[in-house]
Design a protein around this ligand. Sequence first.
Ligand code: CMP
Length: 143
Amino acid sequence: MEQTFIMIKPDGVQRGLVGEIIGRFEKKGFTLKGLKLITVDRPFAEKHYADLSAKPFFNGLVEYIISGPVVAMVWEGKNVVTTGRKIIGATNPAELAPGTIRGDYAIDIGRNVIHGSDAVESARKEIALWFPEGIAEWKSSLH
Ligand code: CMP
């Protein structure tokens, strides 16, 4: 079954949006397979965002991600990568639709509350990076 990596960024945690965000994924019908509150260091954040290392905003992005605890999660379900990105909303604030997480709670591209893997392959890499200890096993036949 498809899995994605979702991270509530430091601004989302500090603004008290953790419950709201988890609720949206749960109510959609996805299965929570991994969850932890973690403050990452600079080398770790640089690894997570390695693909963006040439971007002018890279240092600011890394500073922001290490500025406080984040909630790292693995969600599982049909088309969860694509649908997860739809639940999250666009990266560009000008395209943000109300009803999406960023559309409801973010106005700034650099403080956008949440991250979600952009493809199945990046999800696999991100889950391996953030959850080297593995993720939960559900015994229920529903999952
Ligand atoms: P995320 O989904 O975590 O993936 C890459 C992140 O880079 C993105 O969310 C934004 O937070 C950040 N980002 C993308 N473009 C810009 C930009 N132009 N200025 C600042 N941050 C950006």
